[in-house]
Every structure is written in C-alpha cells, then in structure tokens.
Design a protein around this ligand. Structure first.
Ligand SMILES: [Zn+2]
Length: 145
C-alpha cells in the first residue's frame, strides 16, 4: 500500500473558488487520479479569467528565469500557477476544448490524462517521462477492468 502525502488539491481548489467553465486543472490531474502527489497546482484559464485574475492583484506575473527568457505569461499564487495557454513544442492545447472535455473529479475539472501525456511528451524532461509511464500504466489498467 503506497501512502501518498497529498497536498489537499480539493481544499486548494475550493479556496481559489474559480468560475466553472472558465478553467481546467492541468498540473494536479495525476493527483486527482491517485497516481502521485502534487506539490502545487497548474491551472489553465480562459483569456477572460486570466485578465480578471491579473487585475485582481492577488497574483503576480512569474519572474522565474524560464518565464523571463521565453516571455511566458504565468501568474503565481500560493502553491498555484495560473496559465493563459497550454502549449509546448508541437503541442498546442485548445483551452476551450480542454475545458469542455475535462474529467470532472470531486466536481472539479481536470485535464484528460491522454492530453497531459501529449503535452509531457513535448516537454520531455526525465521527470515528465516518468510521469508519462505512470499515466500510461494507469490508463492501461483502467482499460483492462
Ligand atoms: Zn516562471
């Protein structure tokens, strides 16, 4: 029996209180499926919601090296990153369709693992490759049931 030391993603999502249909949880979806723990949440939001959150002043544009070097837009909150788009390399996520096709778990929307795998394949870091294996194993086991 593996013991996960989960960040309580549902408590976090409840506290963020984002409007339904305007966002989908990306980083954190593996935790929702019980695959591995999360250290923070990455949330993809519509342009409208991004603007609202930016103007709320509760979030700050991320100034990490990667964001600065690539002019990547990302808002940082406490244990949460807010993304205005979801793309890397040859993967271009369509925000609207990712939201519409999200898996609803405990009444919160999470990106389909199949989509997350596509994205992580483009990232291609060792950590991402490990995650891909975990997600593929999980999906394979589901299809056998
Ligand atoms: Zn950053």
């Amino acid at each position: 029996m593996i013991q996960f030391n989960y960040m309580d993603i549902y408590k976090k999502l409840a506290s963020l209180n984002l409007p339904r249909g305007e966002y989908v949880v990306v980083g954190g979806s593996m935790t929702a499926h019980g695959i591995r723990e999360a250290h923070d949440l990455d949330i993809l939001v519509t342009p409208n919601l991004y603007k609202t959150l930016l103007e709320s002043g509760e979030y700050k544009q991320c100034t990490c090296e990667q964001c600065m070097q690539t002019s990547r837009l990302m808002l940082k909150g406490e244990d949460v990153d807010i993304l205005p788009n979801f793309m890397f390399g040859n993967y271009i996520g369509d925000t609207k369709s990712l939201i519409e096709n999200a898996d609803i778990i405990n009444s919160y929307p999470f990106i389909k693992l199949e989509e997350f795998i596509k994205f992580k394949k483009e990232l291609g870091n060792p950590k991402d490759l490990e995650d891909i294996i975990l997600m593929e194993e999980y999906l394979n086991n589901l299809s056998k049931e």
